[in-house]
Ligand binder design. Structure first.
Ligand SMILES: Cc1cc2nc3c(=O)[nH]c(=O)nc-3n(C[C@H](O)[C@H](O)[C@H](O)COP(=O)(O)OP(=O)(O)OC[C@H]3O[C@@H](n4cnc5c(N)ncnc54)[C@H](O)[C@@H]3O)c2cc1C
Length: 418
């Protein structure tokens, strides 16, 4: 076969899809590359949607992942507003919503995820105009239009997105209540120490933060808008705006319908290869077995989307580059730049270095003396060191870790790999 005619089709023009298309071109894919994206906008950075974009300090143009000309220069055909309806694996074709079909030699699924919907009484029928979730630029624009000074905003869910929106809404002068059904915020992603720090920061900023707080129903007025959130304990919270931040679901519909292996996400290996040797997948839509953690993981982060995309491109171009990256993530709330590396669940010890009061510290998570994860708040230099130490799986002395008199560089450099 003439390799210059081999076509790579990428479905989903988010962080993973864009990176995969460019990396494939860079690593030597010679034939056509077609990037199909359902959203109408030039592919954009998603993280600022809950932060600078929501606060109005970043505009839509500044969100672009790449300028339009970069796609032309790399000879990547970007088709926006184009939804893929189905994959015909036998015919090696993708079927578009407009009824047309495109043939592929290799296919990449980078379909990301969708916000999980709230399912409580009161939400039957047409969605209320003042109830939002946040996944897309269109969602963020709608929320920004509704969250005004003095508005009563109720946020359901205290994960990263919920808490970042709470911080942004406070900056905009709204009154904010956050309802979290778990006993602590960020329960799914970090340890209790960090949760309690973030709870106190939000309360100091004026957020009415309630844990162990369930939502029983949504009350609507005659126009269909939400008028109040009814809580499990019987309280009625009047609301002008409700934002639901209860996580995301991997967008696996196409993969499932095509008969690929899907288990809460499209199952991929370290090369981002799916159960079909002609199809790779990367980003939030995937799950993989982590050699590092010895279990199945699904990561929702930009760094993971980029790593998996690069591994997929390497595989497609005959230059394998397995992904064994340690997960990492960041979150911006108020003046706090949080950077996290590793996965903290399963830790048996948490050591804090630095000061909560000064908003500058690291939380080190250890299992049997081995460093498995670190959360760094306003400590970018420590974070860089910690990332390497977690990747190396060093054994670290808890007392020394807590002692700010001992430079971290010295400590982690001398710590023994496990
Ligand atoms: C508000 C918010 C804040 C975040 N903040 C951070 C942060 O601070 N740090 C961090 O690391 N991560 C953050 N994340 C997570 C991060 O944005 C995701 O991990 C990342 O976007 C994943 O990239 P992706 O390409 O896998 O998926 P996505 O970015 O979801 O892109 C998938 C794209 O595929 C398209 N698509 C889906 N199905 C089809 C189809 N059938 N046909 C055509 N197109 C299709 C979708 O429209 C979408 O544009 C945040 C996420 C949100 C929502």
């Amino acid at each position: 076969m003439d390799h210059t005619e081999e076509t790579l089709i990428v479905i989903g023009a988010g962080h993973a899809g864009v990176e995969l298309a460019f990396a494939a071109r860079q690593q030597g894919w010679a034939g056509p590359i077609v990037l199909l994206g359902e959203e109408p906008h030039l592919p954009y950075h998603r993280p600022p949607l809950s932060k600078a974009f929501l606060c109005g300090t970043a505009d839509a143009a500044s969100l672009a992942l790449r300028q339009a000309t970069a796609f032309d220069t790399a000879a990547i055909t970007l088709r926006l507003g184009t939804k893929v309806r189905a994959i015909d694996r036998a015919a090696h074709e993708v079927l578009l919503a407009d009824g047309s079909a495109l043939a592929y030699t290799r296919l990449a699924l980078c379909t990301g995820g969708r916000a999980r919907a709230l399912d409580v009484p009161g939400l039957e029928g047409a969605p209320p105009p003042n109830l939002f979730s946040l996944r897309t630029q269109a969602d963020a624009l709608a929320i920004a239009g509704a969250v005004r000074e003095g508005a009563r905003v109720v946020i359901i869910g205290a994960g990263y997105v919920g808490l970042e929106v709470a911080a942004s809404a406070r900056k905009l002068g709204a009154g904010v209540t956050v309802l979290e059904s778990q006993p602590r915020v960020l329960a799914r992603v970090t340890g209790a120490t960090l949760s309690s720090f973030y709870e106190s920061v939000h309360r100091e900023a004026g957020v009415d933060l309630r844990t162990n707080a369930s939502v029983r129903a949504i009350e609507r007025d005659a126009t269909g808008a939400v008028s109040a959130v009814l809580c499990g304990d019987g309280e009625r919270l009047p609301a002008d705006v409700v934002i639901v931040g209860i996580g995301m679901l991997a967008d696996t519909a196409l993969a499932e319908a095509a008969g690929l292996r899907v288990e809460g996400g499209i199952v991929v290996d370290a090369h981002s290869l799916t159960s079909d040797p002609h199809i790779v997948a990367a980003g939030d839509c995937t799950v993989h077995d982590s050699a590092l953690y010895g279990r199945r993981v699904r990561l929702e982060s930009v760094p993971n989307a980029l790593e998996q995309a690069r591994s997929a491109a390497g595989w497609l171009c005959g230059k394998p580059r397995p992904n064994h990256a340690v997960p990492w993530f960041w979150s911006d709330q108020y003046d706090l730049k949080l950077q996290m590396t590793g996965l903290a669940d399963g830790h048996d010890q948490c050591v804090v270095r630095g000061s909560f009061v000064d908003h500058s510290f690291c939380a080190f998570y250890l299992r049997e003396g081995r460093l498995i994860a670190v959360d760094a708040v306003n400590r970018p230099a420590d974070f860089m060191l910690a990332k390497k130490a977690v990747a190396a799986g060093v054994q670290a002395d808890p007392r020394a870790l807590a002692d700010t008199g001992i430079p971290l560089k010295e400590l982690l450099a001398t710590a023994a790999p496990a």
